[in-house]
Design a protein around this ligand. Structure first.
Ligand code: PBG
Length: 337
C-alpha cells in the first residue's frame, strides 16, 4: 500500500545541502559587507552645540560643526572610511546665484577644516551642486525657468576649488550638468589639487526618493518645479551607461548610481560594463521607508538594513552611501567579536 515514491528527477543535486549549517552558509557565501564599504552622509547646520533631528529621517540629525566633529570621530573609530557633507544653509544666505557656495567660510568649508584638524584619518567627501545655496532650490543658475548649463559649470568649478582648499578629499558633483567633470578636473589641477579625487554622481535620476533629504537641507521649501531637465528619466538604462562613460572619460575616479535599491539593475550594468569603482547612494527616501516600516513593527529594521546593504554588494557596488552607516558598522563589529 505505502509504496515508496520514485525519486524526484535531479535530486542528486540538492542546493539545500550547502545551506544546512551556519558554517557552510558562510563558506559558500559569494559576497561580503564590511565597514570599508560604508560612507556616512552628514547634515551640517549653523550654531554651536546644536543637534537637531530630521523628522522625516528618524535617527538622523543635523549637527553644528563642533557636534559634527564628534560624530566624525565616532565614525572613524568604527572604521568607516569616509563621510559626505551636506549643508543646511541659513535662508538669509540663499540667493539666486547660490553665492554662499563660494564663501571660503561656508558651513561645508568650516566642517572640512574642523574634521581635518580633529579626525585626520577619515576621508571627506563634499557635494558640488548649488541647491542648498540657491533661493530657488535648483542645482544650477537659472534664466527664467531654464537651468543654465555652461554658466553653472563655471560656478561649480569654483565651488569645487573652494571645497578642496578647505580640505575636501573627494569632490562629488551631484548636479548633473553636462561637462562638469572635465571642467572640475581641470580647475582642481590648475589650482594644485591634482591629488583630489572625483566621485561623480554619474547616473542620478529625477527621483521622488529624495524627499526627506530635501527636508534635511531645507530645499523642499525652496525648490520651484522639479529637476527633470537635468536629472535622469527613471525609464532609462542605456542613457545611464552614456552618462557614466562621459564622466569616466572626463576624469571621474569613482562613479555613483542614485537612488540605490530601485536602481540595482543600473548599478549592475555600470559595474559590469566599466569595471571601475562604482558606488550607490541609498538615499533618504529608501532610509525613511525602512525606518517607517520598522517603526511600525512591520519589518525587522536591523535585518532589512543589512539585507539592503548586501543587495548593493551583490549588484557590484564597491561601497554605499547610507544613513545606516554608523548602525551597520556597529552591527558588523558585534558580529565579529
Ligand atoms: C543635491 C543632492 C540631493 C541628494 C544628494 N545631493 C537631492 C536632490 O538632487 O534634490 C539626495 C540624497 C538623498 O535623498 O539622500 N544636489
Amino acid at each position: 500500500m505505502n509504496r515508496p515514491l520514485p525519486p524526484l528527477p535531479g535530486l542528486h543535486i540538492r542546493p539545500r545541502r550547502n545551506r544546512r549549517t551556519d558554517w557552510s552558509r558562510r563558506l559558500v557565501r559569494e559576497n561580503a559587507l564590511s565597514v570599508d564599504d560604508l560612507i556616512l552622509p552628514l547634515f551640517v547646520i549653523d550654531g554651536h552645540g546644536t543637534v537637531e533631528p530630521v523628522p522625516s529621517m528618524p535617527g538622523v540629525m543635523r549637527y553644528s560643526v563642533d557636534e559634527l566633529v564628534k560624530v566624525a570621530a565616532q565614525a572613524a573609530a568604527l572604521g568607516i572610511p569616509a563621510l559626505a557633507l551636506f549643508p543646511n544653509t541659513l535662508p538669509a544666505l540663499r540667493d539666486a546665484d547660490g553665492s554662499e557656495a563660494l564663501n571660503p567660510d561656508n558651513l561645508v568649508c568650516q566642517a572640512c577644516r574642523a574634521i581635518r584638524a580633529h579626525v585626520p584619518a577619515i576621508g571627506i567627501i563634499t557635494d558640488v551642486a548649488l541647491d542648498p545655496y540657491t533661493s530657488h532650490g535648483h542645482d544650477g543658475l537659472m534664466a527664467g525657468d531654464q537651468i543654465l548649463n555652461d554658466e553653472t559649470v563655471d560656478v561649480l568649478v569654483r565651488q569645487a576649488v573652494n571645497q578642496a582648499r578647505a580640505g575636501a578629499d573627494i569632490i562629488a558633483p551631484s548636479d548633473m550638468m553636462d561637462g562638469r567633470i572635465g571642467a572640475i578636473r581641470a580647475g582642481l589641477d590648475a589650482e594644485g589639487f591634482a591629488h583630489v579625487q572625483i566621485m561623480s554622481y554619474a547616473a542620478k535620476y529625477a527621483s521622488a526618493f529624495y524627499g526627506p533629504f530635501r527636508d534635511a537641507v531645507g530645499t523642499n521649501a525652496t525648490l520651484i518645479g522639479d529637476k527633470r531637465t537635468y536629472q535622469m528619466d527613471p525609464a532609462n538604462s542605456d542613457e545611464a551607461l552614456m552618462e557614466v562613460s562621459l564622466d569616466l572619460e572626463q576624469g571621474a575616479d569613482m562613479v555613483m548610481v542614485k537612488p540605490g535599491m530601485p536602481y540595482l539593475d543600473i548599478i549592475q550594468r555600470v559595474a559590469s560594463t566599466f569595471g571601475r569603482p562604482t558606488f550607490a547612494y541609498q538615499v533618504s527616501g529608501e532610509y525613511a521607508m525602512i525606518m517607517a516600516a520598522a517603526g511600525n513593527g512591520w519589518i525587522d529594521g536591523n535585518k532589512a538594513m543589512m539585507e539592503s546593504l548586501m543587495a548593493f554588494k551583490r549588484a557590484g557596488c564597491r561601497g554605499i552611501l547610507t544613513y545606516f552607516a554608523l548602525r551597520a558598522a556597529e552591527k558588523l563589529q558585534n558580529q565579529r567579536s
